[in-house]
Every structure is written in C-alpha cells, then in structure tokens.
Design a protein around this ligand. Structure first.
Ligand SMILES: Cc1cc2nc3c(=O)[nH]c(=O)nc-3n(C[C@H](O)[C@H](O)[C@H](O)COP(=O)(O)OP(=O)(O)OC[C@H]3O[C@@H](n4cnc5c(N)ncnc54)[C@H](O)[C@@H]3O)c2cc1C
Length: 315
C-alpha cells in the first residue's frame, strides 16, 4: 500500500539532530527550569508520582480504555538503582490491581541494568514475572536503540518459555531485521507491540524514509494480524490505523483479537474515537522524574514539536 511520504522525510532529517542536541547538559537544564516548555512536558508525561499516574489512568479507564504504565528511566549504571527500578515496578503492579486497573507495565531493560549485564536484567524480570502471574499482570519489554535489539529479544524469548502469558515485547518496523523477528515471535507465540521506531538508528540497520517504514509497518502488521498472538498496533498514523481496521474487517477478524495502543497526550481524539468504535484501546502512560530522554524522543518525532521548542529556546 502506498501512503503519503512527505512528513517523515522531514522527521528523518530532524530526529538525529534533535536527539543529539538534546544530549547537551545545558539543553537538558533548560527544560528542567523553563516554565514555557513545562506545559509541553506535561502533555506527554502523566506526572512525577505513581499517585498522579494512577489518577490519570483512572480517568482514561472511565473513557473505556486500558493503560500500560511506564516508570520513566533508562541506562541505569549501578546495581542498586536497577534493583530499585524492579521494586518500583512491583509497586506499580500492586497499586494498579488495588486501584481496579488491569495491571500492565512497560519496562526498559536498560532500567533493569542491561548496561551492567544481561544477568542483572534477567534477575529483575525473574522477580517481576511471578508477581505478574499472581496478579494477572502483563509485562511489556519496550524496545530501545538497535544496539540492544538482539539482547532484548534473546532475554524475552528465554523468559517467555517460563512465562508465556506474562511477557511480551516490541518490534520496530524501521529495522531491516524486523521481518525475521516477526517470524520468530509468531512461531513462538510471543505477544508483540508493533511500532515504527523512535531512536536515531542509522541507515546501516534501519529504513530512513517514511514510505519505506510505513510499507514495512503495514506488511508486518498484516502478518501479526494473520498469525500473531494478540498483537498491539501502536501508532498515531491515521492512515495505518485505517489500514489495520480495513484488513481486520476483510479477514473477518473480531475486534478483540488485537488492540490499538497510543501514547499519553498524542492524538487523544483518535484514542477516544477508537474506544467509542469498540476497538480495544490502550494508552501508554509514562510518569516519573526521569522524563527527559522520553520527552526528547517525543519532540524529535514531530518537526512541529521541535520547532515549538526551538522558538522557546531562542526566546
Ligand atoms: C504505545 C506505544 C509504545 C511505543 N513503544 C516504543 C518502543 O518500545 N520503542 C520504540 O522505539 N518506539 C516506541 N514507540 C514510538 C514509535 O516508535 C514512534 O516513534 C511513534 O509512535 C511515532 O510514530 P507513529 O507511528 O505515530 O507515526 P508518525 O508517522 O511518526 O506519526 C503519525 C502522526 O501521529 C502524530 N504524532 C506522532 N508522534 C507525535 C508526537 N510526538 N507529538 C504529536 N503528534 C505526534 C502526528 O499527527 C503524525 O503526523 C511507541 C509508540 C506507541 C504509540
């Protein structure tokens, strides 16, 4: 299928620049102290505390949607912080269950200590997954930059053998390797969230043009809808969402065989209309004090956001 190819050409140029500029400590300081950009942070991040995130999630649940909670943080480089992240996620699962929300979390392995070693991240998941089983929770392993893809998938495959109903992961359509990864996930019955990809991965490993990323996304989405286990179609791209609905209808797939997932604060109108039309709709709700890297990826994926920030910065 051929979809409009303008926007992401801009994005392909903007993203690596924005992500690189964002690494400058004075730029990060600017965002932490500047009031005019605070509203933009608040648009994408559901607060700094679990209580705030639960309150926002209850509001989302009242509109007929589910949530997945992300305790923000990544690239942790000491063991105590990695263990604290696991404690934090245990608290989230228990608090969601206590609040009557379907417990569902999104976890980055570098927050559980992947940079220190695979064993530490695996040990963290081995603590979380039995709790998930006890409380009927689902643990989604987010996908980070391409340097982590192979290790993340290997860890998920290993743990999925013991916890087939509790763990799943994410595949990024912009990576050349993803068609093969989709095949492995389908064969193993691993639940996949399909995304386009949010990192500045280079042309050696990833498509750069919107038309190439979109056609990979549609190809992989159709394969997941055909044979994947309860896939999550995670995009704000209205054309792709329309294509998913149309494909499911043509194939006679019931609406409860897959779900849509969108990010907190992005295309809220689309979120509400999907829920109103009876599609399972999950909102990804990030919260915490370590919001900066997540926030910069949201800025980098939309030139209009980057220009807004640039104007504040210049002012
Ligand atoms: C639930 C969920 C989980 C995700 N998890 C991961 C993950 O684990 N790993 C990973 O690499 N990426 C993840 N992503 C991000 C994803 O890879 C994309 O970077 C992001 O979704 C933007 O791409 P898009 O599919 O919306 O399409 P695009 O073509 O980028 O955007 C389509 C339209 O959506 C709107 N839009 C998109 N982004 C924004 C924004 N930031 N602000 C305002 N409007 C916007 C605009 O209207 C735009 O025209 C996740 C995305 C979602 C929805």
């Amino acid at each position: 299928m051929h979809l409009k190819s303008k926007g992401l050409t801009m994005q392909a140029i903007f993203r690596p620049i924005v992500l690189q500029v964002a690494e400058n400590p004075s730029v990060e300081r600017f965002f932490h102290v500047n009031r005019s950009t605070r509203a933009l942070v608040d648009r994408f991040v559901a607060g700094e505390t679990l209580d705030e995130a639960i309150a926002r999630s209850r509001g989302i649940a009242r509109q007929g949607m589910t949530v997945t909670l992300d305790l923000l943080g990544e690239n942790v480089d000491d063991e105590a912080a990695a263990r604290a992240a696991v404690d934090g996620y245990e608290t989230i699962i228990r608090s969601m269950a206590a609040a009557g929300l379907q417990p569902n979390i999104s976890v980055k392995l570098t927050m559980l200590g992947l940079d220190i070693g695979d064993d530490l991240a695996i040990a963290g998941l081995q603590r979380l997954l039995p709790i998930a089983r006890e409380l009927g929770a689902f643990v989604r392993i987010d996908m980070e930059g391409s340097a982590y893809t192979a290790r993340t998938l290997a860890i998920v495959e290993q743990l999925h053998e013991r916890f087939p109903d509790e763990v799943g992961t994410v595949i990024q359509s912009y990576l050349y390797r993803s068609d093969a990864d989709i095949s492995r996930a389908i064969e193993r019955g691993i639940r996949i969230r399909l995304v386009k990809g949010a990192y500045a991965d280079p042309a050696t490993v990833a498509y750069q043009k919107k038309c190439d990323i979109d056609s990979a996304y549609i190809r992989q989405m159709e394969r997941l809808l055909d044979g994947g286990r309860y896939p999550a179609i995670a995009t704000h791209d209205a054309a792709i969402i329309g294509a998913a609905k149309g494909y499911a209808q043509r194939m006679g797939l019931r609406r409860d065989r897959f779900e849509f997932q969108l990010l907190y604060g992005v295309r809220v109108d689309l979120q509400a209309s999907l829920a109103r039309d009876g599609y399972p709709m999950r909102v990804y709700v990030p919260y915490g004090t370590e919001w900066y890297p997540y926030f910069t990826r949201r800025i980098a994926e939309r030139p209009a956001n980057a220009l807004f920030v640039l104007r504040q910065f210049a002012g």
